[in-house]
Design a protein around this ligand. Structure first.
Ligand code: GAR
Length: 201
């Protein structure tokens, strides 16, 4: 069984979609550990409720990013994690961390990459005035939101959307495609060829 290590920063609804997909038998994986970079966030409560090992590695308690990432890596390795899942984890991982789990880190981003990378995707989408947005599951490389794309889903942007209404519409799709993308990985169906991901039938 593939062991997942899920990294979160907040509310944890993407985490919940993975917990639920496993419970429903749609995702054949085990969440070995949930780690957060902040204390007292809902993601920890969700993990607790599902009886999954969970731990806050509080970024504020570390002098450097390197020390913080070493602590994360130690926990992931101790839990025997095969695939790292970034689920609303609002920090950029350094190249050395990415190398440790090369081609074994997935992220979900709330826009149709390569449009609107970064921390304020919905705000940027609304400011630009695009008519379609969505979400993207991708492998993490050394850049920001730049790795090979695994799966995307589109949603309409409405004239009266706010960041909140758009985020809610996109989240519905996130909760569908993230577990599916992880299941493809579990089935060994994702092949990275250059910057493309080919999903074999
Ligand atoms: C999700 O919309 C996810 O795509 C986004 O944060 C939200 C987390 O929601 N991630 C990023 O913006 C990463 N740069 P959640 O805490 O309810 O899962």
């Amino acid at each position: 069984m593939i062991k997942l290590g899920v990294l979160c920063s907040g509310r944890g609804t993407d985490l919940q979609s993975i917990i639920d997909a496993i419970a429903d038998g749609k995702l054949n994986a085990e969440i070995a550990v949930v780690l957060t970079d902040k204390p007292n966030v809902m993601a920890l409560e969700r993990a607790q409720k599902a009886q999954i090992k969970n731990l806050c590695i509080d970024r504020k308690k570390f002098d450097s990013k390197a020390d913080f990432e070493t602590a994360l890596l130690n926990e992931l390795k101790a839990a025997g994690v095969d695939l790292v899942i970034l689920a609303g984890f609002m920090r950029i991982l350094s190249p050395s961390f990415v190398h440790e789990y090369k081609e074994r880190i997935m992220n979900i981003h709330p826009s149709l990459l390569p449009s609107f990378p970064g921390a304020h995707a919905h705000r940027d989408v609304l400011a630009y005035g695009v008519k379609i947005s969505g979400c993207t599951v991708h492998f993490v490389d050394e850049g920001t939101d730049s790795g090979p794309i695994i799966m995307q889903a589109a949603v309409e942007v409405k004239d009266d959307d706010t960041e909140e209404t758009l985020a809610a519409r996109v989240l519905e799709q996130e909760h569908i495609i993230y577990p599916k993308a992880i299941q493809l990985y579990v089935e060994g169906k994702l092949e990275i060829v250059g910057r493309k991901v080919i999903s074999t039938p």
